[in-house]
Design a protein around this ligand. Sequence first.
Ligand SMILES: Cc1cc2nc3c(=O)[nH]c(=O)nc-3n(C[C@H](O)[C@H](O)[C@H](O)COP(=O)(O)OP(=O)(O)OC[C@H]3O[C@@H](n4cnc5c(N)ncnc54)[C@H](O)[C@@H]3O)c2cc1C
Length: 432
Amino acid sequence: MIGAGVAGLAAARHLRHRGIHVIVLESGSGVGGRVRTLVEQGCQIELGAEFLASFYTRTLALIDELGIQPDLCRIPSSSATLRDGRFHSLWPNARVAFTQLVGSHHKLALSYLLASLLRHRPLLDLTAFQKAFPIDDVSVSDYARAHLSEDLLEYVLQPPLAGIFYWTPERTSRALLMLVLRAGLSHPAGLKLFTMRQGLGHLPHAMAAGQDVRLGTRVCAVDRLPAGGYAVRITGSEQPLVADRVICATTASAVPHLMPWLGTERLSLFQAVRYSATALLATGTRDRLPHDFYGLLFPRRETAFLASATIQSVKSASAVPRGCDTLTLHMAGPAMDALHQYDDPSLTRIMLTELRRLAPRYDPMPQAIFQRFFRCPEALPEFDVGHFRRLQGFAASDMEPPGMAFAGDYLGGPFVEGAILSGEAAAERVMR
Ligand SMILES: Cc1cc2nc3c(=O)[nH]c(=O)nc-3n(C[C@H](O)[C@H](O)[C@H](O)COP(=O)(O)OP(=O)(O)OC[C@H]3O[C@@H](n4cnc5c(N)ncnc54)[C@H](O)[C@@H]3O)c2cc1C
């Protein structure tokens, strides 16, 4: 197994339960990949995934199987979107009817979206994203401009795409929008969010328990052996590991470097996957921040680079020491590329100045006890127009060489649930 993210760990666990010996090779110093919790002065900082959603059926079942269900807790509050200096909540779903985020005629246009959702329901399967390929025909922005309204695009659709996935509507397929809406609307009370009291990093740790995980082990190449099986070469080691079967559970971008012999057609799938980027600023405070919302979403009409903010004490009381708090800011958006040339202290200043302009009540600085800044150049795989067709091609044709399977959120869906499902599916395929 290459990679101890949740996809790799789910695959390894699945195989181990079938009595197969699995070695998990992980280049990083810990397990979890993009699910990692750091603790700074008693405050949890989520470096990757922040929450699980009620439609993560497999992840929630796995949490049960692992016996860590008592650590799971519901995030009690909602998110809100900024418009003209005020935050508006669309949560739970019924609030859409009363919100002042967009005017009534824009709300009426939402009925088109709902009708379309009902029409395409059979294609919207969260366990098999490729089924949605017939509606992978237009970007969210083109779709919204043609059938909804500019206001709905900029204030209802764009903020969560940027705040949760760090994507733009221009580079997101409407198939992905339909899938996420179907998942979010499937419960009458609306989407519920969960976290873990010890931070989401608890999940990969529990998944790794009892497994043969070798940390700090970077795979630099995987070669096919003439007699069958694979030689897995590791940076800094003369002796390759020989394996009957290999699951590659890295990001898509790593695959062409590890296996250039896969050939143009197979490699084109991995090379076509683009990742969004974000930067994260966590500020610990010795006071509680306002408690009205868990997440704040900043539309690109209001700011060129701030995407979202989360308040840790609202998420879970155990995420911070009593009386303290942590505000986490994420960047995304059109100015992101240009901002990469700035160093960390400059970006920290820029983000906080922008927060003060947009939402001064949430300024953490007067009471700050620490600041941590992280860059995430490969945050989430974009499910842009064409990606569902690529997934359909992957599922339909012989993309994987004998004895090898691929796993990761770019195949299963851009969240923890998708990564776990893809890992378990890869384990099934490699056994076949
Ligand atoms: C900032 C951010 C916020 C997010 N928020 C959420 C959220 O709230 N909810 C949610 O459900 N999802 C969220 N996600 C998405 C979620 O974290 C990912 O979809 C999921 O964790 C991907 O898991 P994975 O196993 O596919 O990939 P990864 O976690 O990337 O795992 C791949 C692993 O492979 C290792 N690796 C790579 N190359 C090699 C090599 N050559 N040799 C050995 N090891 C290698 C890497 O070190 C890594 O550990 C977020 C992601 C980010 C970045």
